[in-house]
Design a protein around this ligand. Structure first.
Ligand code: ASP
Length: 320
């Protein structure tokens, strides 16, 4: 069985003119390194679950992306992080929402999957569980960066709730248009044994109300995997919840006999009809990869088997 993996670092109106060559290079290099790390796990015979967990952990560690270190601020100037891991082989999921002390929310999600009878833990109880599992805990300012703090000040001035890359664009110097920017990270993979898995992690929205939870930690919405498809989403979380984005793609394949591409196309149409914006990455049981989005661009990378990974940011085909 040929392996396959895809990762994303958020979608939005990413334009070449708004992205400095240095910043673009930083994003490309991070995506290249992280997709390669995931691909190496799969080609060495590792599981899809391990590959997506490690890819998302690395994305969380990279401050360029809105997950783990580099997460955005809530209205109250705090951080509340969400993450989910779903194993398509067993159709089991683990997730955490609104955590603020565990260093890597995706590892907390994995611990919920593997060491609890629950699917989703939230708030201080989720952090306490992660600590009891021996995961690394950090101080509250660990996730902060000067850039994210400036984004919050912008959002407070405009009294708006901002998707990550919108907020960055308001400061100038970030690649994505102010109107539609999204920041979340995710990975989907098919391993050599034919199993699928998905992981998604986010800091959510700049200036969001404390307690707000998006699609990211919800199996079936921003993260989903079964034996036929694995999906990880980014975008306007409320709409991806209402569309049941991840599960909808699986249901279309199962019940309507659609191809992965066709199912993704229909789902993105639904997202648009609900005034949502963003994108997703998906891989099916035959290793076919889809990376659809209805915004200008999406930070993304993919690799099949041992082929060289492909990294892309913009919509233009020449970019891929
Ligand atoms: N979907 C994420 C959320 O709503 C945000 C994002 O992807 O930028 O929390």
């Amino acid at each position: 069985m040929k392996t396959a993996i895809a990762i994303h670092g958020g979608a939005g109106t990413i334009t070449r003119s708004a992205l400095s060559p240095e910043k673009e290079q930083q994003y490309r290099q991070a995506l290249q390194e992280i997709i390669t790390a995931g691909q190496d796990i799969l080609t060495a015979g590792g599981s899809a679950t391990d590959a997506v967990t490690e890819a998302v952990r690395l994305l969380e560690e990279c401050p360029l992306f809105n997950a783990g270190k580099g997460s955005v601020f809530t209205h109250q100037g705090t951080h509340e992080l969400d993450a989910c891991l779903m194993d398509g082989r067993t159709r089991q999921a683990g997730a955490v929402a609104a955590v603020s002390r565990v260093r890597n929310p995706v590892l907390a999600a994995k611990a919920v999957l593997e060491h609890s009878p629950h699917v989703l833990l939230a708030g201080p109880g989720a952090d306490d569980f992660a600590a009891a599992q021996g995961l690394e805990m950090v101080s509250k300012d660990f996730y902060s960066t000067a850039e994210r703090f400036a984004q919050l000040q912008q959002a407070l001035q405009s009294d708006g709730i901002l998707l990550d890359h919108d907020a960055a664009a308001l400061q100038g110097g970030d690649p994505i248009d102010p109107k539609s920017k999204f920041g979340t990270v995710g990975a989907v993979a098919l391993d050599a044994a034919g199993n699928l898995a998905s992981a998604t992690s986010t800091g959510g929205l700049t200036n969001k109300r404390a307690g707000r939870i998006g699609d990211t930690p919800l199996p079936g919405a921003g993260c989903y995997a079964d034996q036929q498809v694995a999906v990880s989403c980014t975008g306007t979380g409320e709409v991806f919840i209402l569309a049941q984005a991840g599960y909808d793609i699986s249901a279309q394949i199962r019940y309507a006999g659609r191809s992965l591409d066709s199912a993704c196309e229909h789902l993105m149409r639904t997202i648009g009809q609900l005034d949502g914006e963003g994108g997703l990455i998906a891989v099916d049981a035959s290793g076919h990869i889809a990376l659809p989005f209805n915004s200008e661009g999406m930070y993304r990378a993919s690799a099949q088997g041992e082929n060289p990974p492909q990294v892309a940011i913009y919509r233009q085909l020449s970019d891929i």
